[in-house]
Design a protein around this ligand. Structure first.
Ligand code: CO8
Length: 264
């Protein structure tokens, strides 16, 4: 692939958007490749994904402004749908996705990071939704996910003013979970991914679905979603072995060890 790199190490996959000459801006070709890479993830092998951008300057500097500049209303809507479909696929992937934001995360870059489960960033990161300064709205989920991530008032302020924010402010408003020196970001992302990957995959997958699906409905329906996904874990090897491992310590504390979960 020309614009998206994909590698799997142990059970952690790394997706790198690789168009550094344009600060990893998302054109149609990048979106198509990203879509194909996400489709190709083997969730029986991969237990966590890290998404990042090539180079030291930018995660993703937005949708490609050159490509968008001549679109008609209908083409604009179609381009918005193209991005939304890919980002939604990432958001609903059955394994957690960590955005390792290594620089600019503007417009579509901020939006794709918000379709990931967890965002961490480097100290040179910059986030923002600059679209109204370009005469458009955030169109890859920003009007919806920013409000759900940092609250309605802060999302409206950031979107209406088109003001970019640095890493420390992103941390303060809860847009990212942690900030690292740039040289340490990928190690931190891989460590976090490995911690997730060591846990029971069916349980992690069901947690993601319960949180995501539950947030879209009222609390009574959300708790039913939780109950079903909780029940779904039982009778699995991972549930039986995970609990048996804990109970073995009653006989002999030395017997308790890290469970080798099997995803079954
Ligand atoms: N699109 C296309 N090319 C870009 C983009 C972009 N978003 N961002 C940077 N580039 C290109 C530049 O054109 C430049 O190319 P070249 O070397 O050929 O001139 C190269 O990347 C390097 O960029 P700069 O020289 O500008 O680098 P600077 O360090 O001076 O500035 C900035 C970095 C501040 C990030 C600056 O490049 C910038 O402001 N970029 C645009 C950021 C932006 O506004 N992003 C939001 C775009 S809109 C969007 O994402 C909407 C998403 C929803 C779409 C819905 C569709 C309907």
């Amino acid at each position: 692939m020309a614009f998206v790199l994909y590698e799997v190490k142990d059970s952690v996959a790394v997706i790198t958007i690789n168009r550094p000459e344009a600060l990893n801006a998302l054109n149609s070709a990048v979106l198509d490749e990203l879509n194909a890479v996400i489709d190709g993830i083997d969730v029986n092998v991969v237990r966590a994904v890290v998404l990042t951008g090539a180079g030291e300057k930018s995660f993703v500097a937005g949708a490609d402004i050159g490509e968008m500049s001549t679109l008609t209303k209908a083409e604009g809507e179609a381009f918005g749908k193209k991005g939304n479909d890919v980002f939604r696929k990432l958001e609903t992937l059955p394994v957690p996705v960590i955005a390792a934001v290594n620089g600019f995360a503007l417009g579509g870059g901020c939006e794709i990071s918000m379709s990931c489960d967890i965002r961490i960033c480097s100290d040179n990161a910059m986030f923002g939704q600059p679209e109204v300064g370009l005469g458009i709205t955030p169109g890859f989920g920003g009007t919806q996910r920013l409000a759900r991530t940092v609250g309605v008032g802060m999302a409206k302020q950031l979107i209406y003013t088109a003001r970019n924010i640095k890493a420390d402010e992103a941390l303060r408003i809860g847009l990212v979970n942690a900030v690292y020196p740039q040289a340490e970001l990928m190690d931190a992302a891989m460590k976090l991914a490995s911690q997730i990957a060591a846990n029971a995959p069916i349980a992690v997958r069901n947690c993601k679905k319960a949180i995501n699906d539950g947030l879209q409905v009222n609390i009574d329906d959300a708790l039913v979603i939780e109950e079903k996904l909780f029940g779904d874990c039982f009778e699995s090897y991972d549930q039986k072995e995970g609990m048996a491992n804990f109970l073995r310590k009653k006989d002999d504390p030395a017997k308790v060890k890290q469970v080798a979960f099997k995803n079954e």
